[in-house]
Write a new protein. Structure first.
Length: 208
């Protein structure tokens, strides 16, 4: 882990990939004897982070470390923060291989663009930011996707009825929310529905 000389937030080394746990259904699809390890969902398009892991969103690369969750995988990498590289065993197309990944601090890309939503809408009073690897690390998210994240909810606000810090806002009125400005534009002229994710579960709320 890394921490500033004057004190500050602890930052875990980042592998440059987004992963999820291997479920029984995924294990069956991969032809694995049992559900174990992690599936690489996305590889971020940065040269220093690619490290030999193919950029695939079809979950066809299986991270065969002995750690069974992404949180434990992060903890596994943490003691190696002094090194710039870490060897990871993966299974790709049925074959085991070891790839060399470059460790780095999670980037804030895109910039968070913090904004408190207001007006006559269900999310009025919610403070939101653009999702990025850095934001995911700060919120302790082990599985996440693009969109915007709720980082605060004003006391007594209307948003407090529907969301809480750590929720992801994925869509509004049936349109994907890609960033903070999008959340404002797709909610006009009327806010009819929103889709959000909490602890890996996606739910949709309809408004009248």
């Amino acid at each position: 882990m890394s921490i500033g000389e004057q004190g500050g937030r602890i930052v875990r080394p980042w592998l440059g990939v987004n992963m999820q746990r291997v479920t029984p259904d995924l294990a069956a699809g991969f032809g694995l004897a049992r559900p174990a390890g992690l599936v690489v969902k996305d590889v971020f398009p940065r040269p220093r982070c690619q490290g030999g892991v193919a950029a695939q969103t079809t979950s066809s690369s299986h991270c065969a470390t002995s750690r069974s969750t992404t949180r434990r995988a992060c903890a596994f990498a943490s003691p190696l923060a002094g090194r710039q590289h870490v060897a990871v065993k993966v299974v790709r197309a049925g074959k085991e291989l070891v790839v060399d990944l470059v460790l780095a601090a999670p980037p804030e890309d895109p910039p968070r663009d913090h904004s408190v939503l207001d007006g006559r809408q269900p999310l009025s009073g919610a403070g939101v930011v653009n999702m990025s690897p850095a934001v995911a690390d700060e919120l302790g998210m082990v599985e996440w996707r693009g969109g915007i994240a709720v980082v605060e909810v004003k006391a007594g606000s209307y948003a407090g009825r529907f969301v809480r810090p750590g929720d992801l806002i994925l869509a509004i009125n049936g349109q994907d929310v890609k960033n903070v400005p999008t959340s404002r534009s797709v909610s006009q002229p009327a806010y009819r529905a929103s889709a959000s994710a909490r602890e890996g579960m996606v739910s949709t709320v309809q408004f009248r």
